[in-house]
Design a protein around this ligand. Structure first.
Ligand code: UTP
Length: 283
């Protein structure tokens, strides 16, 4: 296995239908919805950059132009606002565009998150990589020197060199909205994963530790994804592939520091908007 200790690449699956946000997501991916003045996917790419990752792969479906254009220079706009006070609004996106390389891959059929990740295989090759679901928005922890969730995972990867997924404790009645793990505590906030179940009812859930949208995966995941049969809804689930992998390889789950907002739901989106307006935008 040709793992490099440093994670260099990150996939952003963004080809889902985003049905909970219709009609806003009819012609554009939900990952382009803004929290205050910045689209979700830009927060995600900034988090990847903070984790030291500069090779960014977007897995897209319809509405791919919005993502491609956002991470490209808009000469017309640059020309319009050059030398004005408005230039500052482009500082963050300019930095991201300067520092990262971008690749767009098209998921031709929406066969689930696992299938979307498999679509990214040609970009990844044989090295560990990150996956960010941008609709899970991870805010910076309150401790000043801590990175956001992906940076915390990438740091742990250097030590453990295995697949590492981010988890969060959720209310027991919400387990049916998440992949849920069971495992053994091996260090502070770090679990060796034994089993995982996709969207269990509370009475069948092995715990309340829910997988959220940040992963570091070793490249063996692709062969497990190929072996994974579509679930009841016809989708290839990353949770099922990870469960197979956990039987033969070390898979860790980490309780990350910092708040996470489920921006794929209207309630989480509003909560994130209020939080970012008060704590990030106004500062
Ligand atoms: P979700 O389960 O949130 O589905 O996907 P969705 O279609 O985006 O949203 P709803 O539930 O209909 O409102 C989780 C992540 O996986 C991506 C989505 O873009 C999202 O980032 N995804 C899902 C794909 O890229 N391809 C798929 O076939 C399915």
């Amino acid at each position: 296995m040709a793992n490099t200790p440093k994670v260099r690449k990150c996939l952003f699956p963004a080809a889902g239908y985003g049905t909970r946000f219709l009609p806003a997501t009819k012609a554009m991916p939900k990952e382009m919805l803004p929290i205050v003045n910045k689209p979700l996917i830009q927060y995600g790419v900034e988090e990847a950059l903070e984790a030291g990752i500069t090779q960014i792969g977007f897995i897209v479906g319809r509405g791919k132009r919005a993502i491609a254009d956002h991470f490209d220079t808009s000469y017309e706009l640059e020309h319009q606002i050059k030398g004005t006070s408005k230039e500052k609004y482009l500082d963050d996106i300019r930095e991201v565009i300067d520092k990262c390389d971008f690749l767009l891959m098209r998921q031709r059929e929406m066969l689930g998150l696992g299938h979307a990740i498999l679509t990214g295989e040609p970009m990844i090759g044989n090295e560990a990589f990150a996956v960010v679901l941008a609709d899970d928005l991870c805010a910076a922890p309150t401790e000043k020197d801590d990175m956001r969730a992906l940076g915390q995972l990438a740091k742990l990867y250097q030590r453990y060199q295995c697949s590492i997924i981010a988890i969060e404790e959720v209310p027991m009645e919400d387990t049916a909205s998440y992949g849920i793990i069971s495992g053994e505590l091996i260090a502070d906030g770090i679990y060796q994963v034994h089993d995982m179940v996709e969207k269990p009812k509370p009475e069948n859930a092995p715990s309340n530790m829910a997988i959220i949208g940040r992963y570091i995966l070793t490249p063996e995941i692709f062969s497990y994804l190929r072996k994974t049969k579509p679930g009841a809804n016809g989708e290839i689930q990353i949770t099922d592939a990870l469960k197979l992998m956990a039987k033969e390889h070390q898979v860790l789950a980490v309780k990350f520091k910092g708040r996470r907002f489920d921006c794929g739901s209207v309630e989480g989106f509003i909560e994130a908007t209020n939080y970012y307006y008060e704590n990030v935008y106004k500062n």
